[in-house]
Design a protein around this ligand. Structure first.
Ligand code: ATR
Length: 279
């Protein structure tokens, strides 16, 4: 660090558990970029001041995490189409004083899915389990890959219908009933769990009966604690290709790095740094 160091960080509440500083500082180190990234505990009442601080101090970029991803949009100069569709901003670029909000979670998820298990999503049938914020965050990015269709199913079915209807029809996102999931999953190419089912400490639970999955299809889970959920373990036993949630975290950070620096992110080293810190 010296007097030319560009500043970056993540704001959240809580934020001390965040692996983003370890991951992004490793990316700066590997690429020899003179940047530094820290975590800032910002409570909801201080969000406006925090963003004013970004402007005043000339931070080059910021990540935004829970609970600020929605609220922060009102303090920005511009919000990208993807972030508007996701209804949330997780990355801010300070472009010569103009603060532009992006969402790299959804596109990070899709890049991870494509690089790690399934390079071709065009023409595929994708089933999304769950209709909360995490589902909304990935739907727009999945639809950009031109799949044949995306079906959203949720335990509380009205929420799936409402979420699907909030996207334009040309994105081919529709709702499926929770009770039809046996049939729906048996003909799906990719089934993604965005619910909290299977998350630590309830590690034995699965959102659906894994027997419903088609062997050879992709089972994907946004959860990364544990790294391999019961859903993925059972899916693997059935001959599915599996994809865990850590990739989404790595690649959302990779996109943020690329938006800030204009350089390709050192994804392998970033992943190594995170895995090492997880122990
Ligand atoms: P997030 O922002 O992480 O998506 P959320 O908005 O609280 O969190 O959504 C949690 C999702 O997990 C919802 O889709 C929820 O279904 P409901 O809308 O029916 O509550 C889903 N979920 C949580 N527990 C579940 C369970 N035991 N079985 C099925 N779905 C569950």
């Amino acid at each position: 660090m010296d007097s030319y160091t560009l500043l970056y960080g993540v704001i959240g509440d809580p934020v001390r558990h965040s692996k983003s500083p370890i991951m992004l500082n490793e990316a700066f180190r590997v690429t020899r970029i003179n940047g530094a990234y820290a975590a800032f505990h910002v409570v909801p009442g201080s969000l406006e001041q925090a963003i004013a601080g970004v402007r005043g101090l000339g931070f080059r970029g910021l990540n935004v995490t829970i609970p600020h991803k929605i609220e922060v949009m009102r303090y920005l100069d511009e919000v990208s189409e993807g972030a508007r569709a996701a209804g949330a901003v997780n990355t801010i670029v300070n472009d010569n004083g103009r603060l532009i909000g992006y969402n790299t979670d959804g596109i990070g998820y899709v890049r991870s899915l494509k690089e790690e298990v399934e390079p071709e999503l065009a023409g595929k049938t994708i089933v999304v389990l769950g209709a909360g914020g995490a589902a909304r965050g990935i739907l727009w990015a999945l639809a950009q890959e031109n799949p044949a269709r995306i079906l959203v199913a949720n335990r509380t079915e009205a929420k799936a219908a409402e979420l699907a209807a909030s996207f334009p029809p040309e994105l081919r996102i529709s709702a499926a009933s929770w009770s039809s999931l046996r049939d729906v999953c048996s003909s799906a190419d990719v089934v993604v769990n965005t619910t909290s089912v299977g998350m630590f400490p309830n590690v034995d639970e699965t959102p659906i009966d894994p027997e419903w999955l088609k062997p050879g299809s992709v089972a994907s889970d946004l959860i990364y604690n544990p790294l391999k959920t019961a859903f993925l373990q059972e899916a693997e036993k059935r001959g599915c290709r599996i994809h865990g949630g850590l990739g989404m975290f790595i690649y959302q950070g990779a996109y943020a790095f690329e938006y800030w620096t204009g350089q390709a992110a050192p994804v392998d080293e970033m992943r190594e740094a995170v895995l090492e810190s997880l122990g």
